[in-house]
Design a protein around this ligand. Structure first.
Ligand code: NAD
Length: 480
Protein backbone atom coordinates (compact mmCIF):
# COMPACT_ATOMS: atom_id res chain seq x y z
CA UNK A 1 0.00 0.00 0.00
CA UNK A 2 1.29 3.48 -0.87
CA UNK A 3 2.25 5.84 1.98
CA UNK A 4 1.67 8.84 -0.24
CA UNK A 5 -0.87 11.11 1.44
CA UNK A 6 -3.42 13.25 -0.34
CA UNK A 7 -4.35 16.45 1.45
CA UNK A 8 -7.34 18.73 1.07
CA UNK A 9 -7.71 22.45 1.73
CA UNK A 10 -9.26 23.50 5.04
CA UNK A 11 -12.04 26.03 4.54
CA UNK A 12 -14.82 27.02 6.92
CA UNK A 13 -14.01 24.24 9.37
CA UNK A 14 -13.96 21.38 6.84
CA UNK A 15 -11.39 19.59 4.66
CA UNK A 16 -12.44 20.14 1.04
CA UNK A 17 -11.06 19.47 -2.43
CA UNK A 18 -9.78 22.36 -4.47
CA UNK A 19 -12.33 23.66 -6.96
CA UNK A 20 -9.77 23.13 -9.73
CA UNK A 21 -9.18 19.51 -8.74
CA UNK A 22 -5.46 19.87 -9.41
CA UNK A 23 -2.84 18.39 -7.08
CA UNK A 24 0.89 19.14 -6.73
CA UNK A 25 3.41 16.44 -5.82
CA UNK A 26 5.62 16.97 -2.77
CA UNK A 27 8.98 15.20 -2.48
CA UNK A 28 11.53 14.43 0.25
CA UNK A 29 14.63 16.57 -0.53
CA UNK A 30 17.01 13.96 0.92
CA UNK A 31 15.69 10.89 -0.91
CA UNK A 32 13.54 12.13 -3.76
CA UNK A 33 10.64 9.98 -2.48
CA UNK A 34 7.12 11.18 -3.24
CA UNK A 35 5.53 12.12 0.10
CA UNK A 36 2.18 13.67 -0.68
CA UNK A 37 -0.13 15.46 -3.05
CA UNK A 38 -1.67 18.74 -1.98
CA UNK A 39 -4.18 21.01 -3.73
CA UNK A 40 -2.93 23.47 -6.31
CA UNK A 41 -5.54 26.03 -5.39
CA UNK A 42 -6.90 28.69 -7.70
CA UNK A 43 -8.80 31.94 -7.41
CA UNK A 44 -12.06 30.12 -6.59
CA UNK A 45 -10.51 28.42 -3.58
CA UNK A 46 -8.98 31.70 -2.44
CA UNK A 47 -12.39 33.32 -2.75
CA UNK A 48 -14.07 30.61 -0.65
CA UNK A 49 -11.39 30.78 2.05
CA UNK A 50 -11.44 34.58 2.32
CA UNK A 51 -15.25 34.59 2.36
CA UNK A 52 -15.25 32.04 5.19
CA UNK A 53 -12.70 34.06 7.16
CA UNK A 54 -14.71 37.26 6.63
CA UNK A 55 -17.99 35.65 7.67
CA UNK A 56 -16.47 34.35 10.90
CA UNK A 57 -14.53 37.44 11.92
CA UNK A 58 -17.13 39.64 13.62
CA UNK A 59 -18.42 36.93 15.96
CA UNK A 60 -14.87 35.81 16.70
CA UNK A 61 -13.85 39.35 17.61
CA UNK A 62 -16.83 39.66 19.96
CA UNK A 63 -15.57 36.82 22.14
CA UNK A 64 -13.49 37.91 25.11
CA UNK A 65 -9.79 37.67 24.25
CA UNK A 66 -9.27 35.17 27.08
CA UNK A 67 -11.77 32.83 25.41
CA UNK A 68 -9.96 33.13 22.08
CA UNK A 69 -6.70 32.42 23.89
CA UNK A 70 -8.16 29.22 25.33
CA UNK A 71 -8.19 27.67 21.86
CA UNK A 72 -4.49 28.45 21.41
CA UNK A 73 -3.63 26.81 24.75
CA UNK A 74 -5.62 23.71 23.80
CA UNK A 75 -3.84 23.53 20.44
CA UNK A 76 -0.46 23.90 22.17
CA UNK A 77 -1.26 20.91 24.41
CA UNK A 78 -2.28 18.81 21.43
CA UNK A 79 0.94 19.69 19.60
CA UNK A 80 3.01 18.67 22.64
CA UNK A 81 1.29 15.29 22.52
CA UNK A 82 2.36 14.71 18.89
CA UNK A 83 6.00 15.84 18.83
CA UNK A 84 7.31 12.56 17.38
CA UNK A 85 4.85 12.45 14.53
CA UNK A 86 5.16 16.15 13.67
CA UNK A 87 8.97 16.19 13.84
CA UNK A 88 9.08 13.19 11.48
CA UNK A 89 6.93 15.07 8.95
CA UNK A 90 9.22 18.13 9.11
CA UNK A 91 12.35 15.99 8.70
CA UNK A 92 10.86 14.19 5.70
CA UNK A 93 9.61 17.17 3.74
CA UNK A 94 12.08 19.89 4.67
CA UNK A 95 15.28 17.97 5.45
CA UNK A 96 15.83 19.46 8.92
CA UNK A 97 17.75 17.27 11.36
CA UNK A 98 15.59 15.47 13.90
CA UNK A 99 16.67 17.40 17.02
CA UNK A 100 15.95 20.75 15.37
CA UNK A 101 12.60 19.50 14.05
CA UNK A 102 11.63 18.53 17.62
CA UNK A 103 12.78 21.95 18.85
CA UNK A 104 10.63 23.58 16.17
CA UNK A 105 7.54 21.64 17.26
CA UNK A 106 8.03 22.36 20.97
CA UNK A 107 8.85 26.01 20.31
CA UNK A 108 5.63 26.29 18.29
CA UNK A 109 3.59 25.03 21.26
CA UNK A 110 5.39 27.46 23.59
CA UNK A 111 4.77 30.28 21.15
CA UNK A 112 1.02 29.57 21.03
CA UNK A 113 0.94 29.69 24.84
CA UNK A 114 3.03 32.86 24.94
CA UNK A 115 0.78 34.74 22.49
CA UNK A 116 -2.34 33.43 24.25
CA UNK A 117 -1.03 34.94 27.50
CA UNK A 118 -1.35 38.41 25.92
CA UNK A 119 -5.15 38.06 26.06
CA UNK A 120 -5.38 40.02 29.34
CA UNK A 121 -2.70 42.51 28.33
CA UNK A 122 -4.09 44.01 25.11
CA UNK A 123 -4.22 47.63 26.19
CA UNK A 124 -5.71 50.84 24.82
CA UNK A 125 -4.95 54.32 26.14
CA UNK A 126 -6.75 57.27 27.68
CA UNK A 127 -5.21 60.51 26.45
CA UNK A 128 -5.53 63.95 28.08
CA UNK A 129 -7.80 66.22 26.03
CA UNK A 130 -7.34 69.96 25.24
CA UNK A 131 -11.03 70.50 26.02
CA UNK A 132 -12.83 70.45 29.33
CA UNK A 133 -15.24 67.53 29.87
CA UNK A 134 -13.69 65.44 27.13
CA UNK A 135 -11.87 62.13 27.20
CA UNK A 136 -9.86 60.71 24.32
CA UNK A 137 -9.90 56.92 24.24
CA UNK A 138 -7.64 54.86 22.01
CA UNK A 139 -8.94 51.34 21.37
CA UNK A 140 -7.02 48.46 19.80
CA UNK A 141 -9.17 46.65 17.29
CA UNK A 142 -8.54 43.66 15.04
CA UNK A 143 -7.69 44.34 11.41
CA UNK A 144 -10.14 41.74 10.10
CA UNK A 145 -8.97 39.01 7.70
CA UNK A 146 -5.25 38.16 7.61
CA UNK A 147 -3.53 36.33 4.75
CA UNK A 148 -0.50 34.40 6.07
CA UNK A 149 1.91 33.39 3.28
CA UNK A 150 4.74 31.14 4.44
CA UNK A 151 8.19 29.95 3.30
CA UNK A 152 9.48 26.41 3.73
CA UNK A 153 12.41 26.86 6.15
CA UNK A 154 10.51 26.87 9.48
CA UNK A 155 7.26 25.59 8.02
CA UNK A 156 5.59 24.53 11.27
CA UNK A 157 6.60 27.37 13.60
CA UNK A 158 5.77 30.09 11.11
CA UNK A 159 2.11 29.02 11.03
CA UNK A 160 1.92 29.83 14.76
CA UNK A 161 3.93 33.02 14.41
CA UNK A 162 1.16 34.36 12.20
CA UNK A 163 -2.03 32.69 13.45
CA UNK A 164 -1.44 33.11 17.22
CA UNK A 165 -1.17 36.93 17.34
CA UNK A 166 -3.85 37.18 14.63
CA UNK A 167 -6.40 35.06 16.49
CA UNK A 168 -5.81 36.36 20.02
CA UNK A 169 -6.41 39.93 18.83
CA UNK A 170 -9.70 38.97 17.11
CA UNK A 171 -8.71 38.46 13.48
CA UNK A 172 -9.40 35.43 11.32
CA UNK A 173 -6.79 34.00 8.96
CA UNK A 174 -6.16 32.24 5.66
CA UNK A 175 -2.80 30.46 5.55
CA UNK A 176 -0.93 29.50 2.40
CA UNK A 177 2.02 27.20 3.15
CA UNK A 178 5.01 26.97 0.84
CA UNK A 179 4.49 24.55 -2.03
CA UNK A 180 7.66 22.82 -0.75
CA UNK A 181 6.17 22.05 2.67
CA UNK A 182 2.39 21.59 2.69
CA UNK A 183 2.39 18.38 4.77
CA UNK A 184 3.35 19.89 8.12
CA UNK A 185 0.75 22.65 7.64
CA UNK A 186 -2.03 20.16 7.00
CA UNK A 187 -0.89 18.02 9.97
CA UNK A 188 -1.01 21.20 12.12
CA UNK A 189 -4.51 21.77 10.72
CA UNK A 190 -5.64 18.22 11.57
CA UNK A 191 -4.77 18.90 15.21
CA UNK A 192 -6.51 22.26 15.08
CA UNK A 193 -9.60 20.63 13.54
CA UNK A 194 -10.11 18.78 16.83
CA UNK A 195 -10.30 21.82 19.12
CA UNK A 196 -13.79 23.08 18.12
CA UNK A 197 -12.55 26.41 16.85
CA UNK A 198 -15.51 28.29 15.29
CA UNK A 199 -15.78 27.60 11.55
CA UNK A 200 -13.89 29.98 9.27
CA UNK A 201 -11.51 31.38 11.91
CA UNK A 202 -8.56 29.40 10.53
CA UNK A 203 -8.34 28.32 6.88
CA UNK A 204 -5.59 26.74 4.77
CA UNK A 205 -5.23 26.71 1.00
CA UNK A 206 -2.14 25.20 -0.58
CA UNK A 207 -0.54 25.85 -3.93
CA UNK A 208 2.17 27.71 -5.81
CA UNK A 209 3.21 31.31 -5.39
CA UNK A 210 2.26 32.66 -8.78
CA UNK A 211 -1.15 30.99 -8.66
CA UNK A 212 -2.49 30.62 -5.12
CA UNK A 213 -0.17 33.14 -3.42
CA UNK A 214 -0.75 35.82 -6.00
CA UNK A 215 -4.56 35.40 -5.90
CA UNK A 216 -4.53 35.57 -2.10
CA UNK A 217 -2.28 38.61 -1.82
CA UNK A 218 -4.28 40.43 -4.50
CA UNK A 219 -7.66 39.69 -2.94
CA UNK A 220 -9.65 42.84 -2.21
CA UNK A 221 -11.14 41.55 1.02
CA UNK A 222 -7.87 40.80 2.85
CA UNK A 223 -6.95 43.38 5.52
CA UNK A 224 -3.29 42.47 6.01
CA UNK A 225 -0.85 40.21 4.21
CA UNK A 226 1.59 38.77 6.72
CA UNK A 227 4.37 37.35 4.57
CA UNK A 228 7.66 35.61 5.29
CA UNK A 229 9.92 34.79 2.36
CA UNK A 230 12.30 36.28 -0.18
CA UNK A 231 12.77 39.94 -1.07
CA UNK A 232 11.62 39.34 -4.67
CA UNK A 233 8.34 37.81 -3.53
CA UNK A 234 7.89 40.49 -0.87
CA UNK A 235 8.14 43.09 -3.60
CA UNK A 236 5.62 41.22 -5.82
CA UNK A 237 3.24 41.03 -2.86
CA UNK A 238 3.56 44.77 -2.20
CA UNK A 239 2.63 45.44 -5.82
CA UNK A 240 -0.42 43.19 -5.43
CA UNK A 241 -1.35 44.80 -2.13
CA UNK A 242 -1.18 48.26 -3.66
CA UNK A 243 -4.28 47.57 -5.79
CA UNK A 244 -6.47 47.51 -2.68
CA UNK A 245 -4.28 49.53 -0.26
CA UNK A 246 -3.83 46.36 1.82
CA UNK A 247 -1.49 46.55 4.81
CA UNK A 248 1.63 44.37 4.54
CA UNK A 249 3.86 42.87 7.20
CA UNK A 250 6.99 41.53 5.51
CA UNK A 251 9.71 39.32 7.01
CA UNK A 252 12.21 39.00 4.18
CA UNK A 253 15.73 37.80 3.53
CA UNK A 254 18.94 38.65 5.33
CA UNK A 255 22.70 38.82 4.86
CA UNK A 256 23.72 38.88 8.50
CA UNK A 257 27.25 40.18 9.16
CA UNK A 258 29.25 38.72 12.06
CA UNK A 259 32.11 40.88 13.34
CA UNK A 260 34.96 39.14 15.15
CA UNK A 261 37.41 41.50 16.88
CA UNK A 262 40.95 40.82 18.09
CA UNK A 263 39.79 40.58 21.71
CA UNK A 264 37.00 38.06 21.02
CA UNK A 265 36.65 34.71 22.76
CA UNK A 266 37.67 32.92 19.58
CA UNK A 267 36.35 29.48 20.48
CA UNK A 268 32.98 30.96 21.34
CA UNK A 269 32.91 32.93 18.07
CA UNK A 270 33.85 29.87 15.99
CA UNK A 271 31.26 27.66 17.72
CA UNK A 272 28.42 30.18 17.44
CA UNK A 273 29.12 31.22 13.84
CA UNK A 274 29.67 27.64 12.70
CA UNK A 275 26.37 26.58 14.30
CA UNK A 276 24.75 29.55 12.60
CA UNK A 277 25.88 28.32 9.17
CA UNK A 278 25.00 24.69 9.79
CA UNK A 279 21.63 25.01 11.53
CA UNK A 280 18.72 24.11 9.23
CA UNK A 281 21.32 23.18 6.59
CA UNK A 282 22.39 26.81 6.25
CA UNK A 283 18.89 28.03 5.41
CA UNK A 284 17.95 30.56 8.11
CA UNK A 285 17.20 34.21 7.35
CA UNK A 286 18.81 35.57 10.51
CA UNK A 287 22.00 33.47 10.69
CA UNK A 288 25.53 34.76 10.07
CA UNK A 289 26.05 34.85 6.28
CA UNK A 290 29.39 36.75 6.16
CA UNK A 291 32.23 37.39 8.61
CA UNK A 292 34.43 40.46 9.10
CA UNK A 293 37.38 39.32 11.19
CA UNK A 294 40.04 41.69 12.55
CA UNK A 295 43.48 41.03 11.15
CA UNK A 296 45.13 40.10 14.48
CA UNK A 297 43.01 36.94 14.87
CA UNK A 298 42.17 36.31 11.23
CA UNK A 299 44.52 33.39 10.66
CA UNK A 300 43.58 31.57 13.86
CA UNK A 301 39.87 32.21 13.28
CA UNK A 302 39.94 30.94 9.69
CA UNK A 303 41.85 27.83 10.66
CA UNK A 304 39.52 26.97 13.55
CA UNK A 305 36.45 27.70 11.43
CA UNK A 306 37.68 25.49 8.58
CA UNK A 307 38.32 22.64 11.04
CA UNK A 308 34.89 23.05 12.61
CA UNK A 309 33.09 23.07 9.26
CA UNK A 310 35.13 20.13 7.99
CA UNK A 311 34.00 18.10 11.01
CA UNK A 312 30.33 18.75 10.18
CA UNK A 313 28.52 15.59 9.09
CA UNK A 314 25.69 15.48 6.59
CA UNK A 315 23.28 13.05 5.00
CA UNK A 316 19.64 12.00 5.04
CA UNK A 317 18.35 13.10 8.47
CA UNK A 318 15.43 10.68 8.15
CA UNK A 319 17.81 7.70 7.95
CA UNK A 320 20.45 8.95 10.40
CA UNK A 321 19.29 11.18 13.26
CA UNK A 322 22.89 11.92 14.26
CA UNK A 323 23.93 13.95 11.18
CA UNK A 324 24.62 17.66 11.76
CA UNK A 325 23.08 18.71 8.46
CA UNK A 326 20.52 17.56 5.91
CA UNK A 327 20.04 18.59 2.28
CA UNK A 328 19.11 21.91 0.75
CA UNK A 329 15.44 22.26 -0.11
CA UNK A 330 15.64 21.69 -3.88
CA UNK A 331 17.80 21.62 -7.00
CA UNK A 332 17.43 25.39 -7.53
CA UNK A 333 18.76 26.05 -4.01
CA UNK A 334 21.72 23.75 -4.62
CA UNK A 335 22.51 25.28 -8.02
CA UNK A 336 22.43 28.79 -6.54
CA UNK A 337 24.88 27.89 -3.74
CA UNK A 338 27.23 26.12 -6.17
CA UNK A 339 27.20 29.06 -8.60
CA UNK A 340 27.95 31.58 -5.85
CA UNK A 341 30.91 29.58 -4.54
CA UNK A 342 32.28 29.04 -8.07
CA UNK A 343 32.05 32.74 -8.81
CA UNK A 344 33.83 33.65 -5.54
CA UNK A 345 36.59 31.13 -6.29
CA UNK A 346 37.09 32.60 -9.77
CA UNK A 347 37.27 36.09 -8.25
CA UNK A 348 40.11 35.02 -5.94
CA UNK A 349 38.52 33.62 -2.78
CA UNK A 350 40.41 30.77 -1.07
CA UNK A 351 38.40 27.62 -0.48
CA UNK A 352 39.53 26.68 3.05
CA UNK A 353 37.25 23.65 3.19
CA UNK A 354 34.41 22.22 1.09
CA UNK A 355 33.52 24.13 -2.05
CA UNK A 356 31.67 21.42 -4.00
CA UNK A 357 28.33 19.74 -4.43
CA UNK A 358 28.59 16.78 -2.05
CA UNK A 359 29.45 13.41 -3.52
CA UNK A 360 26.40 11.53 -2.28
CA UNK A 361 24.01 9.47 -4.35
CA UNK A 362 20.78 11.27 -3.39
CA UNK A 363 19.61 14.61 -2.11
CA UNK A 364 20.59 18.23 -2.59
CA UNK A 365 23.70 18.26 -0.39
CA UNK A 366 26.46 20.86 -0.50
CA UNK A 367 29.73 20.45 1.39
CA UNK A 368 30.17 22.60 4.52
CA UNK A 369 32.33 25.37 3.08
CA UNK A 370 34.58 28.17 4.32
CA UNK A 371 35.84 30.84 1.92
CA UNK A 372 38.80 33.02 2.96
CA UNK A 373 40.23 36.13 1.31
CA UNK A 374 36.80 37.38 0.26
CA UNK A 375 36.20 40.95 -0.89
CA UNK A 376 33.17 43.22 -0.68
CA UNK A 377 32.41 43.03 -4.42
CA UNK A 378 31.85 39.24 -4.40
CA UNK A 379 28.24 37.98 -4.56
CA UNK A 380 28.92 35.71 -1.55
CA UNK A 381 29.51 38.85 0.54
CA UNK A 382 26.48 40.72 -0.83
CA UNK A 383 23.65 38.31 -1.65
CA UNK A 384 21.83 35.76 0.48
CA UNK A 385 23.50 32.34 -0.03
CA UNK A 386 21.06 30.16 1.95
CA UNK A 387 23.43 27.21 2.25
CA UNK A 388 26.29 25.94 4.44
CA UNK A 389 28.85 28.41 3.10
CA UNK A 390 30.73 30.98 5.19
CA UNK A 391 32.65 33.76 3.39
CA UNK A 392 35.25 35.66 5.43
CA UNK A 393 36.77 39.09 4.81
CA UNK A 394 39.68 40.51 6.84
CA UNK A 395 39.31 44.05 8.28
CA UNK A 396 41.65 46.40 10.13
CA UNK A 397 39.26 47.68 12.81
CA UNK A 398 35.68 47.98 14.00
CA UNK A 399 34.98 51.10 11.94
CA UNK A 400 35.84 49.27 8.74
CA UNK A 401 33.75 46.27 9.78
CA UNK A 402 30.72 48.42 10.55
CA UNK A 403 31.04 50.35 7.28
CA UNK A 404 31.18 47.09 5.28
CA UNK A 405 28.35 45.55 7.29
CA UNK A 406 26.12 48.57 6.67
CA UNK A 407 26.89 48.67 2.95
CA UNK A 408 24.08 46.21 2.25
CA UNK A 409 20.54 46.09 0.87
CA UNK A 410 19.57 43.95 3.85
CA UNK A 411 19.12 44.89 7.51
CA UNK A 412 17.77 41.91 9.43
CA UNK A 413 20.30 40.66 11.99
CA UNK A 414 23.95 41.29 12.85
CA UNK A 415 26.39 40.07 15.49
CA UNK A 416 29.67 40.99 17.16
CA UNK A 417 32.19 39.01 19.19
CA UNK A 418 34.34 41.10 21.56
CA UNK A 419 35.21 41.29 25.27
CA UNK A 420 34.97 45.10 25.15
CA UNK A 421 31.66 46.59 26.24
CA UNK A 422 32.67 49.86 24.57
CA UNK A 423 33.21 48.16 21.20
CA UNK A 424 30.00 46.14 21.56
CA UNK A 425 27.93 49.23 22.36
CA UNK A 426 29.47 51.16 19.47
CA UNK A 427 28.40 48.33 17.16
CA UNK A 428 24.88 48.31 18.60
CA UNK A 429 24.66 52.08 18.07
CA UNK A 430 26.04 52.10 14.54
CA UNK A 431 24.89 48.86 12.89
CA UNK A 432 21.85 49.60 10.72
CA UNK A 433 20.05 46.37 11.52
CA UNK A 434 16.86 45.27 13.23
CA UNK A 435 18.78 43.00 15.64
CA UNK A 436 22.32 42.76 17.01
CA UNK A 437 23.58 39.74 18.95
CA UNK A 438 26.63 40.23 21.18
CA UNK A 439 28.78 37.17 21.92
CA UNK A 440 26.03 34.70 21.05
CA UNK A 441 24.33 32.95 18.18
CA UNK A 442 21.65 34.79 16.16
CA UNK A 443 18.39 33.38 17.40
CA UNK A 444 15.53 35.58 18.46
CA UNK A 445 13.41 35.22 21.61
CA UNK A 446 9.62 35.13 21.36
CA UNK A 447 9.33 38.15 23.71
CA UNK A 448 11.68 40.26 21.54
CA UNK A 449 10.80 41.88 18.21
CA UNK A 450 12.00 40.23 15.01
CA UNK A 451 12.11 42.92 12.34
CA UNK A 452 14.41 44.04 9.58
CA UNK A 453 15.29 47.36 8.05
CA UNK A 454 16.05 48.04 4.36
CA UNK A 455 14.98 45.22 2.05
CA UNK A 456 14.68 42.82 4.99
CA UNK A 457 11.14 43.90 5.60
CA UNK A 458 8.40 46.06 7.00
CA UNK A 459 6.76 45.58 10.39
CA UNK A 460 7.84 42.61 12.43
CA UNK A 461 6.90 39.68 14.63
CA UNK A 462 7.02 38.53 18.27
CA UNK A 463 6.50 40.18 21.62
CA UNK A 464 4.14 43.06 22.32
CA UNK A 465 5.11 44.96 19.17
CA UNK A 466 4.57 41.89 17.00
CA UNK A 467 1.15 41.34 18.56
CA UNK A 468 0.07 44.91 17.91
CA UNK A 469 0.98 44.53 14.21
CA UNK A 470 -2.31 42.62 14.02
CA UNK A 471 -4.36 45.49 15.43
CA UNK A 472 -5.42 48.94 14.31
CA UNK A 473 -6.13 51.91 16.54
CA UNK A 474 -9.56 53.48 16.83
CA UNK A 475 -9.76 56.79 18.68
CA UNK A 476 -12.97 58.02 20.29
CA UNK A 477 -13.35 61.68 21.38
CA UNK A 478 -16.07 61.66 24.02
CA UNK A 479 -17.42 64.95 25.31
CA UNK A 480 -19.93 64.72 28.13
P1 NAD B 1 9.74 32.60 -1.49
O1 NAD B 1 9.64 34.08 -1.47
O2 NAD B 1 10.17 31.93 -2.72
O3 NAD B 1 8.29 31.96 -1.13
C1 NAD B 1 7.63 32.27 0.07
C2 NAD B 1 6.14 32.08 -0.13
O4 NAD B 1 5.67 33.03 -1.07
C3 NAD B 1 5.74 30.71 -0.68
O5 NAD B 1 4.56 30.28 -0.03
C4 NAD B 1 5.47 31.01 -2.14
O6 NAD B 1 4.55 30.11 -2.73
C5 NAD B 1 4.87 32.39 -2.05
N1 NAD B 1 4.95 33.18 -3.29
C6 NAD B 1 5.86 33.10 -4.29
N2 NAD B 1 5.58 34.00 -5.26
C7 NAD B 1 4.47 34.67 -4.86
C8 NAD B 1 3.70 35.74 -5.41
N3 NAD B 1 4.01 36.29 -6.59
N4 NAD B 1 2.63 36.19 -4.70
C9 NAD B 1 2.32 35.66 -3.51
N5 NAD B 1 2.99 34.63 -2.94
C10 NAD B 1 4.07 34.15 -3.61
O7 NAD B 1 10.65 32.22 -0.25
P2 NAD B 1 11.15 30.76 0.21
O8 NAD B 1 12.15 30.27 -0.78
O9 NAD B 1 9.97 29.90 0.51
O10 NAD B 1 11.87 31.10 1.60
C11 NAD B 1 13.20 31.51 1.71
C12 NAD B 1 13.28 33.00 1.94
O11 NAD B 1 12.53 33.36 3.10
C13 NAD B 1 14.69 33.48 2.22
O12 NAD B 1 14.94 34.66 1.51
C14 NAD B 1 14.69 33.76 3.73
O13 NAD B 1 15.63 34.70 4.13
C15 NAD B 1 13.29 34.22 3.93
N6 NAD B 1 12.88 34.09 5.34
C16 NAD B 1 12.79 35.22 6.11
C17 NAD B 1 12.44 35.12 7.47
C18 NAD B 1 12.34 36.34 8.34
O14 NAD B 1 11.86 36.21 9.47
N7 NAD B 1 12.75 37.51 7.90
C19 NAD B 1 12.18 33.86 8.02
C20 NAD B 1 12.28 32.73 7.20
C21 NAD B 1 12.62 32.87 5.85
Amino acid sequence: MSNVKTYQNYINGAFVDSARGELRDNYNPATGALLSRAPESGAEDVQRAVEAARAAQKEWAKKPAIERAGYLHTLADRIRGEVDHLAAIIVAEQGKVRALAETEVNFTADYLDYMAEWARRIEGEIIESDRPNENIFLFRKPLGVIAGILPWNFPFFLIARKMAPALVTGNTIVIKPSEETPDNCFEFTKLLDGIDLPKGVFNVISGGGKTTGSALSGHRDVDMISFTGSVATGSAIMHNAADHITKVNLELGGKAPAIVLDDADLDLAVRAIKDSRVINNGQVCNCAERVYVQRGVAEAFQQKMAEAMQATTYGDPGADASVDMGPLINQAGLDKVAAMVDSARQAGADVLTGGRVADVSQGYHYEPTVLGNCTADMAVMKDEIFGPVLPIQIVEDLDEAIALANDSDYGLTSSIYTRSLTQAMKAVRELEYGETYVNRENFEAMQGFHAGTGKSGIGGADGKHGLYEYTRTHVAYIET
